[in-house]
Design a protein around this ligand. Structure first.
Ligand SMILES: Cc1cc2nc3c(=O)[nH]c(=O)nc-3n(C[C@H](O)[C@H](O)[C@H](O)COP(=O)(O)OP(=O)(O)OC[C@H]3O[C@@H](n4cnc5c(N)ncnc54)[C@H](O)[C@@H]3O)c2cc1C
Length: 471
């Protein structure tokens, strides 16, 4: 049911190996697994940003607590070590929908804390000596055709209502002063976003929490949760508080197959580009960049002068399967390379080749209503956080602080945000799930193609797909 060819060796760029970010630093030597049965105060499943931020704030607030993290592979094996490195303040699902459901004041308070979380991550990284190539240059949304320009204008009108976003509309010339994207008609700059190296952040966080006394048991997949115990092949951990921080892998745990689907996102990264290419592109401000396509792409300029570009390849695998260490289908690598060359024709070599060094993929947790959750039940001691879709680099920090508050029984402004104890409708069973997600992405791609061909406004297929998907 899937076109993905996970196992076929490919010529060309490095493929998989979890991510370029990890491969560049040298694949981590996985640490020791759990050895036998243990007791803890708090046991966390998953050493991604959510699990590690939760552990960090718990260890800061209560150094006396025994906090143990159980990780199937190694810290940052999931999306936290594979992402596009956008530390952005976006609210998953959008502010407008949040206002409709929870009112203006609650949405403003939530947005305020998401804005602050961007600076909190930067501040903690500095305080803990985590060097993650962080540059706060803001984000640039770029319109590459008339329909995208119409959505850019609608976004401008919407953002007028949110002065705290401090957005600035750029015409084509003003945009070109920052970055020269071929055919771009204009853009919006939003200042509250930073570019970072995801694996450096997650590895630094893991080291930091270990220094604070948190134990991370690696190579220890949790098979199931039974009452107050996490059951693994190496023993069990019994704890008063059990926190599930497994995002795109959640469907693999018994009883959670239809909570969040593992949506795939794929990335490519170029070789370091020579000075003359950067002279033609510009991009000295290190802004993160995204277009306004329905199947949009997101980009960053790395500290060592590469371009990393991500987008949707195979969107979803039948039965909520996840990939094998980030292996990416050749069609996806080719499609993303084509988009990169369309954005920046100067990257192509004289022979037409796009200098792609590495391709990889990862999974995001996508809730049926596109809204994330931080949940904790004081009676069972069970909690979880996730469902950030593609915006977890910042949101995981706020979620981790919130989970820590909830575990500690503290009633704070954070524990009253709309995502706390939000329950989502479960996804449809298969084959509906597979057919639905692939159908929606076919609609988005078709709408994008029509819009690229000159349609001046959003194609109705995309509007319908948004309505059905709850995006
Ligand atoms: C390609 C890609 C690009 C992205 N780009 C961006 C971006 O630029 N900006 C942004 O904000 N967001 C982005 N995201 C999303 C963001 O990376 C995630 O929202 C965030 O990293 C989620 O962190 P997490 O800790 O909740 O999950 P993860 O990082 O996925 O961590 C979950 C961990 O749990 C472990 N685990 C799972 N099941 C078990 C089990 N049963 N037992 C033990 N351990 C288990 C996994 O091995 C993993 O290490 C991107 C995601 C991808 C895949």
């Amino acid at each position: 049911m899937t076109r993905d060819s996970d196992q076929t060796p490919l010529p060309g760029p490095a493929n998989g190996q979890v991510s370029f970010w990890h491969a560049q630093l040298g694949q981590p030597e996985p640490g020791p697994p759990l050895e036998g049965d243990r007791n803890a105060d708090v046991a966390i499943i998953g050493a991604g940003y959510t699990g590690l931020w939760t552990a960090y704030y718990l260890a800061q607030a209560r150094p006396d607590l025994r906090v143990e993290v159980l990780e199937a592979r190694f810290p940052g094996y999931g999306a936290s070590g594979r992402n596009g490195g956008w530390l952005a303040n976006s609210m998953t699902g959008g502010t407008e929908r949040c206002v409709k459901a929870h009112g203006r004041a609650a949405t403003e308070a939530f947005q305020h804390d998401l804005d602050a979380a961007v600076d909190e991550v930067i501040a903690v990284a500095a305080a803990e000596g985590i060097e993650a190539d962080i540059v706060k240059g803001g984000e640039l949304l770029v319109a590459r055709n008339l329909a995208q320009l119409s959505r850019l204008r609608a976004l401008d009108a919407q953002l007028q209502d949110w002065p705290s976003e401090r957005h600035r509309v750029l015409d084509a010339d003003e945009l070109a002063d920052r970055i020269r994207v071929a055919g771009a008609l204009g853009g919006i700059h939003l200042p509250q976003c930073a570019r970072l190296n995801p694996a450096k952040l997650v590895r630094g966080l893991a080291e930091t929490v270990r220094r604070l006394g948190v134990r991370i048991h690696e190579q220890t997949p949790v098979r199931r949760i039974e009452g107050d115990r996490l059951v693994t092949d190496h023993g069990t951990v019994r704890a008063r508080h059990l926190l599930r921080c497994t995002e795109g892998f959640t469907a693999l745990l018994p009883g959670h197959r239809r909570d969040w689907i593992p949506m795939n996102s794929s990335m490519i990264i170029t070789d370091p580009l020579p000075r003359h290419v950067w002279d033609r592109i510009g991009w000295d401000g290190m802004e993160t960049v995204e277009d306004l396509a329905h199947a949009y792409v997101y980009l960053q300029r790395t500290a060592d002068g590469r371009i990393a570009l991500g987008g949707r390849g195979v969107p979803y695998r039948y039965g909520s399967r996840v990939d094998a260490d980030g292996r990416t289908a050749p069609e996806t690598v080719a499609a993303l390379s084509r988009i990169l060359a369309e954005f920046f024709p100067a990257v192509r070599h004289d022979d037409g080749r796009v200098p792609v060094a590495h391709a990889w993929s990862g999974v995001l947790g996508v809730p049926r209503d596109w809204r994330p959750t931080v949940n904790y039940d004081p009676t069972t001691g069970h909690g979880h956080a996730g469902g950030y879709v593609g915006t977890g680099v910042t949101a995981t920090n706020l979620a981790g602080r919130t989970l820590a508050d909830l575990v500690l029984g503290q009633d704070t402004a954070r524990t009253r945000h709309p995502w706390v104890c939000h329950t989502v409708r479960r996804w449809e069973p298969e084959p509906l799930r597979y057919a639905g997600v692939h159908g929606l992405y076919r609609a988005y791609h078709l709408a994008d193609a029509r819009e690229s061909a000159g349609r001046p406004s959003t194609h109705p297929l995309a509007t319908l797909a948004d309505l059905i998907s709850g995006r």
